[in-house]
Design a binder for this molecule. Structure first.
Ligand code: SF4
Ligand code: SF4
Length: 125
């Protein structure tokens, strides 16, 4: 039986060190949501990623994501796929010490429905 990790919106994943990579289509979507031109969005809210082959969101001085507003994501409706996919579709060793998501044992059908809702992905392959 698959295990779905149900997010408790603790926002720890928006605060720990790392980077949130963003694709070109995500740049367009987030810029439109913020009512900015893509150029203005890139200038104000992105930086070169660690691999120097794309862009990532900038962080605040404490390392948290620039779009973390209290305990809310300011761009929740259009947040990057990387944010949507964690912690069910990608993780890192020891993530469970930081992430408060609750494991739920589900049927295959329930699991797929939950994953589609959480990630916005139409296909899980
Ligand atoms: S974009 Fe939103 S969900 Fe993603 S790290 Fe930033 S605040 Fe968190
Ligand atoms: S995915 Fe985990 S760390 Fe991120 S907000 Fe949800 S419970 Fe917290």
């Amino acid at each position: 039986m698959p295990v779905f990790l149900e997010c408790r919106r603790c926002t720890a994943c928006c605060r720990w060190p790392g980077q949130v990579a963003i694709s070109e289509s995500e740049i367009s979507r987030i810029a439109e949501f913020l009512n900015l031109s893509e150029h203005a969005f890139i200038q104000e809210f992105t930086r070169i990623n660690a691999a120097r082959n794309g862009l990532a969101l900038t962080e605040k001085s404490d390392g948290s994501c620039m779009f973390l507003d209290g305990n809310e994501c300011h761009i929740q409706a259009v947040k990057p796929q990387q944010c949507r996919d964690f912690p069910n579709l990608w993780q890192f060793p020891g993530f469970e010490k930081l992430c408060q998501a609750i494991p739920r044992i589900l049927s295959e059908t329930e699991y797929r429905d939950k994953i589609r809702t959480a990630t916005g992905r139409k296909s899980l392959t």
